[in-house]
Every structure is written in structure tokens, then in C-alpha cells.
Design a protein around this ligand. Structure first.
Ligand code: 7RM
Length: 631
């Protein structure tokens, strides 16, 4: 039923089958779901347009597979356990039956307020169960949700609303995060001044902070839910109808809306959840991501709930009220599978082992990581001190665009290796190419990571701009999906992800385009030009280092740097603030005017010994000035 792999032999068998007979393989996996109408063809694809369709002409609603399908078998099982920011505030537990009821009611609220199949709805909410209810209610009525991380600025929110022409925003009054209480509705109000497609805002009351409610536009969640019917029949969706849009950064200034569709995403997220976490029916699973990122979509909400799992949603941060909070939660709920980011592990490692000592952590069976390469030291710390040497670590490699995990160990089944994502899951055919696109065959090779065959949860397009999808992912190497990551396949055939090979910086697992940050910096009136690179950061993996040319008249450098940070925070959000800003007299440029980022990267890394040939630069003299002023 769950298509779970139990043995190494089973993995090898399933993998081979998935490559030799992909249609039979995926059709067997898909058979365990509830479809209103079965597919005519399993997959139809070409990577040139690109056009990818899975379970062609099948009809379904993903929420019937999450809710209605589980009602009779596990109606009273906890679906979502919500742990609040404050440890002594009461938690909330929603069983499958209660989640079903909430989703049906909120689906009726959406419909009552004019939301129809195909409409775009923005979800800008903190980590509360209502965020999941909102996503599922959209899916149930056939609306396309686009969750925007609630730490993004009004400007970022407005850009996303405008890009997808959203009709509604679902939000909250405020957001508790550690010691802070963040206004959320006020940011929405600011964003809406720059948009003209939003008809209604539905606001969930969380912090009780004062908000302005615009009459005729803004509605309270609790008022709308009052007295609304609990009966709701899910909309019938085509397998290839859009399920959601999620914006992600790339190498240009403008984030792109990655589009996922209903059928393939459903099949792949449940299949990978079951295998990668080896979830069994009474387990408690916890992924610490935010629903604003793909990890929250696929492995807090959709994958686990499709699998009938109990999934924890945590509102707070790892260090509040103290750096033992994660471990307190693990013991409190007897968490069996724990999935987090390397940056969180490194941040907690910095506090030593004392915060762990009060806790048993003996319920843990599987540990996971996602979002960025994990260094060997952090891997061992996690393995020894959290897993007590007995829990396999699944280092899961995947992307917003891939929808689900592509390369990962299967715990207890395939081997693990520190800092390695190891082996592709069944159905995934990775290939390594050199910069000319030649395939690097065999083991002990290093190059760019591509995938040569479609998998059910891959992106279908970038919203409103199919050319961009084609250019970004399918044009670098003909006939292949290009991931943007560098990779090594070692002597044993295991994959180690080396990080991005394009202009994308990964700060604490959050993707940021260098151009996006530069555009924000350039908004400051005193900034003439800027260039941004990533540099190695002990905790965040990478930090943002900005080189800025500016007009310093009547300004101190320190004031200006702080203002620049504030500008970035305002335009993108606090996560994009540069750690280091260096005011420079010029930027190293080629004769065609391209900034030589390679040099700036070296200086930011503190390695000025091998800058390469700088004589071909338009302005070689600035390099010395930059080295002198480096931080
Ligand atoms: C799930 C997610 C995607 C980028 C990806 C990589 C990096 C993700 C790992 C990793 C090394 C990993 N989606 N990345 N997982 N690098 N090991 N296990 O993070 O779209 O936000 O980012 O993240 O560079 O291309 S994402």
C-alpha cells in the first residue's frame, strides 16, 4: 500500500524497475491513491518545449486523498500537532476528522467570497494550523495557492501578488517569533497599496495586536467560519491542473513562480515521505521548516498528511526560550523522525552539548537535513549528540523546482555517508555533465548535476512565462533538466552536492539571487552601483557580502551601511540583509562591462593569493583598493 522499500535488495530492484519500466513503476505507486478517474497514459513528455504531463487525463482532488480517504481509518488520529512559540501556552491538536471539518468549512468560506477554480490566493501567514487549513482549502476548491513566507517585505509580497494576479490574501494580525511579535496585517496593507487585483483579505487573529480592517475588503477568519456549513464536496481537478505556485529566487532580479500540478505532486510527495522517513503508523514526525518554503509544502503539509502521518507544526525558533527548545519538543511529543536544516544544527552546535543534557531524545529513529550542503563536522555532531549514534541521517537533496526529494539515503536500507546525499531515489536518473554538456560517466567524476528523465513532481512551468522556464532549466544542456548545482560522484557512486554553480547564494538554506539583492541595495539614493557575492559563513553556510560604490557626501560610512541594510530588509526582507558591506571606489569589470564576480568572491573568502589574471580588466587598479578595504 505505502510502496515502502525495506531492504537494500528491494531498493536495487525498485530502482532498476523505475528506470527500465517507468510507466509500470509509477502506475503501481499511483494505484494506492483515490482517483475519481484513472489516467489514460502515465507520462507524456519532452524536455525541449518543455512539456511534462503525468497521469494524463486522470481526475482527482488531493484533499480527498488527505482527508476523506483517511476519515474512517484514522479519523481520531492526530493529523497536526501545533506547538506554540511560548512553551507554556496550550498546544493544539487537530485530528484527521477535525482537520477535515476545518478544511471543509474554510473551503465554503472561500467559495462564499467568490473564489473559484483557477483563482490565485496568496497565503501570508505564520506557522499556525490555519496556514495548513488555508492551503488545503484552496486545493479543495481548486484555487491555486501561493504561500509567501511571512518574513518577506511588503514590496516582495506586492510583487508576488501582481505577478500571479491574485484575488485574495489570507493572513494574520501578527506573528510570534521568539521574543518578537511581528505585525503581519500591516505589511499586507502596505503591499495592497501597490496592487489592484485583491478583492478580499481574510485575517486570522493570532497575536491580538491592533489592525486596521478596511470595510468591504477585510474579513476576520473567525467571523467567516461562524455558522458556515461543514459539508463540502471537493472540486474535481485534472491531474495537470495547477495545485500551487511558489516563488523562488534565481540568477535574475525577479523571483519566478514555480508551478506544481495536482496528480504528480501528490504521488511523489507521499511516495518519498514514506520511503525517506520510513514513517510507521504510530510515529510522530517533525519537520522544522516554515510553510513559506517548499520543504514546508511537501514535508510538513502534503507528504505527511497524504501518508496519514502525525505532523508537528512549530511556531517558534530553535533558540527560544533557550537553545534546548527543539530537544524539549522532541521529548514532549516523543518525536520519531526529525527533519531540519544544517544551519539550525550549526547554530545549536555553537551552544555546546549542555542544552541537550536535560533531554532523553530516545524516541528518535531517523534524522534528516535539507536546504544546503552539511559539513562533516555538523553531520557528526547531529549523529552523535542528537541521534546518540543510533539514528541514520538522511541528507536529502532537492529543490523548489523538483517538488520532492530526489537524492537521499533510505534509512536502514541504503548506506549513509557524512556530507553525502548518497543515492537517487527510484524514478530519478541523475547525470553529471561538464560545462560543454558532455556526460561524465562512471565514478570519481565532478561536474554539473542534471536529470535526464521526468519524475512526477517536477515543475511544469514558471507562472506566466514559459520561455523563462525553458531558458533557466532546459536550455543549458539539450534534453536535460539542469539543477544549477555542482556535484561529485565518488568512487562508490555516491553523490555529494557541492552547492550552486550560478549566481544564487544560499543563506541558511534560503535561496537569494545576487541580482535580487543588488537591485534592493541600488534602491538606496546614495548607492551608485553594487555587486553581491556569497562567502563561507560558519553558521549560515553562506553569508552575503556586498561591494558598494556610493556617494559619501555628508554621510558617515557606518550610517550609510546601516541604511543600506535597512533598505534591503525593507525591499526583500530581513533574511536578505548583507552581513558585510564594503564601500569601494569601483568594481572590477571586464572590457564588455561585466562585473568579475570571481575576484570579488575570492576577496570575500579572504583568499587573495590566487586572483588569476586581472590585467584584462578595464580597471585593474581597483582590485588593490578592494583588497586593502576588505573585511
Ligand atoms: C529543498 C530546498 C534548493 C537548493 C539546491 C541546493 C541546495 C538543498 C541540499 C542542498 C546540498 C542538500 N529547496 N540544497 N538541499 N545542497 N545538500 N541536501 O532547499 O529551492 O529552497 O533550494 O538548495 O543548492 O539547488 S530550495
Amino acid at each position: 500500500m505505502s510502496n515502502r522499500i525495506h531492504t537494500l535488495g528491494g531498493y536495487i530492484h525498485e530502482y532498476q524497475k523505475s528506470v527500465l519500466e517507468p510507466e509500470n513503476f509509477w502506475s503501481r505507486v499511483a494505484d494506492s491513491f483515490y482517483w475519481r478517474k484513472r489516467w489514460d497514459k502515465v507520462v507524456d513528455w519532452n524536455f525541449d518545449e518543455p512539456k511534462v504531463q503525468w497521469f494524463v487525463n486522470a481526475k482527482l482532488n488531493i484533499t480527498e486523498n488527505i482527508l476523506d480517504r483517511h476519515l474512517f481509518t484514522m479519523g481520531d488520529k492526530p493529523a497536526i500537532i501545533w506547538e506554540p512559540n511560548e512553551p507554556d501556552e496550550p498546544n493544539r491538536i487537530l485530528t484527521y476528522k477535525e482537520l477535515h471539518r476545518e478544511v471543509c468549512k474554510f473551503s465554503n468560506v472561500l467559495k462564499k467570497n467568490g473564489i473559484e477554480k483557477g483563482d490565485r490566493v496568496i497565503i501570508y501567514m505564520p506557522m499556525v494550523p490555519e496556514a495548513a487549513v488555508a492551503m488545503l482549502a484552496c486545493a479543495r476548491v481548486g484555487a491555486i495557492h501561493s504561500v509567501v513566507f511571512a518574513g518577506f517585505s511588503a514590496q516582495s509580497l506586492a510583487d508576488r501578488i501582481n505577478d500571479c494576479q491574485a484575488k485574495m490574501v489570507l493572513t494574520s494580525d501578527g506573528n510570534f517569533r521568539g521574543k518578537k511579535s511581528i505585525p503581519v496585517k500591516a505589511v499586507v496593507d502596505e503591499a495592497l497599496a501597490q496592487t489592484d487585483t485583491i478583492q478580499n483579505v481574510i485575517c486570522f487573529k493570532r497575536t491580538g495586536t491592533d489592525v486596521t480592517m478596511e470595510s468591504g475588503r477585510d474579513l476576520w477568519w473567525h467571523e467567516e467560519m461562524q455558522g458556515i456549513s461543514e459539508e463540502n464536496k471537493a472540486e474535481e481537478m485534472d491531474s495537470e491542473d495547477m495545485l500551487f505556485i511558489l516563488y523562488t529566487s534565481g540568477s535574475t532580479g525577479k523571483p519566478k513562480g514555480v508551478v506544481h500540478t495536482c496528480g504528480g505532486y501528490m504521488v511523489y510527495t507521499q511516495y518519498t515521505f514514506n520511503n525517506v522517513f520510513q514513517y510507521s503508523s504510530d510515529d510522530v514526525y517533525w519537520c522544522t521548516a516554515d510553510v513559506g518554503w517548499i520543504t514546508g509544502h511537501s514535508y510538513i503539509v502534503y507528504g505527511p498528511l497524504l501518508a496519514g502521518a502525525t505532523t508537528i507544526m512549530f511556531e517558534g525558533v530553535p533558540t527560544y526560550p533557550n537553545p534546548g527548545r527543539f530537544w524539549a519538543i522532541v521529548d514532549k511529543y516523543k518525536v520519531n523522525q526529525f527533519y531540519t536544516a544544517p544551519t539550525a544544527i550549526r547554530a545549536l552546535e555553537a551552544f555546546g552539548t549542555e542544552p541537550i543534557e536535560p533531554y532523553k531524545l530516545d524516541s528518535l529513529k531517523v534524522l534528516g537535513t535539507v536546504g544546503e550542503p552539511i559539513n562533516e563536522e555538523a553531520w557528526h555532531w547531529y549523529h552523535d549528540h542528537i541521534g546518540k549514534g543510533k539514528c541514520p541521517i538522511v541528507d536529502t537533496w532537492w529543490q523548489t523546482e523538483t517538488g520532492g526529494i530526489l537524492i537521499s539515503p533510505i534509512p536502514g536500507v541504503t548506506p549513509t555517508k557524512p556530507a553525502y546525499a548518497t543515492l537517487p531515489l527510484p524514478g530519478i536518473q541523475p547525470i553529471i555533465v561538464d560545462s560543454e554538456g558532455n556526460e561524465l560517466k562512471g565514478n570519481s567524476v565532478q561536474g554539473n548535476l542534471c536529470i535526464k528523465f521526468p519524475w512526477p513532481s517536477m515543475l511544469r512551468t514558471t507562472y506566466g512565462d514559459h520561455e523563462r522556464c525553458k531558458n533557466t532549466y532546459f536550455s543549458n544542456y539539450k534534453g536535460l533538466y539542469f539543477t544549477g548545482d555542482g556535484v561529485k560522484r565518488d568512487e562508490d557512486g555516491y553523490y555529494r552536492i557541492l552547492g550552486r554553480v550560478d549566481d544564487v547564494i544560499n543563506v541558511s538554506g534560503h535561496r537569494m539571487g545576487t541580482a535580487e539583492v543588488e537591485n534592493a541595495i541600488n534602491e538606496h539614493p546614495k548607492v551608485i552601483e553594487s555587486a553581491v557575492v556569497g562567502y563561507p559563513h560558519d553558521i549560515k553556510g553562506q553569508g552575503i557580502y556586498a561591494y558598494v560604490i556610493c556617494d559619501l557626501a555628508n554621510r558617515s560610512e557606518d550610517n550609510l551601511k546601516n541604511e543600506i541594510k535597512e533598505t534591503v530588509s525593507k525591499i526583500i526582507g530581513p533574511i536578505a540583509k548583507p552581513e558585510k558591506i564594503q564601500i569601494v571606489p569601483g568594481l572590477p569589470k571586464t572590457r564588455s562591462g561585466k562585473i568579475m564576480r570571481r575576484i570579488l568572491r575570492k576577496v570575500a573568502e579572504g583568499d587573495t593569493s590566487s586572483l588569476g589574471d586581472t590585467s584584462t580588466l578595464l580597471n585593474p587598479e581597483v582590485v588593490d583598493e578592494i583588497i586593502k578595504g576588505a573585511q
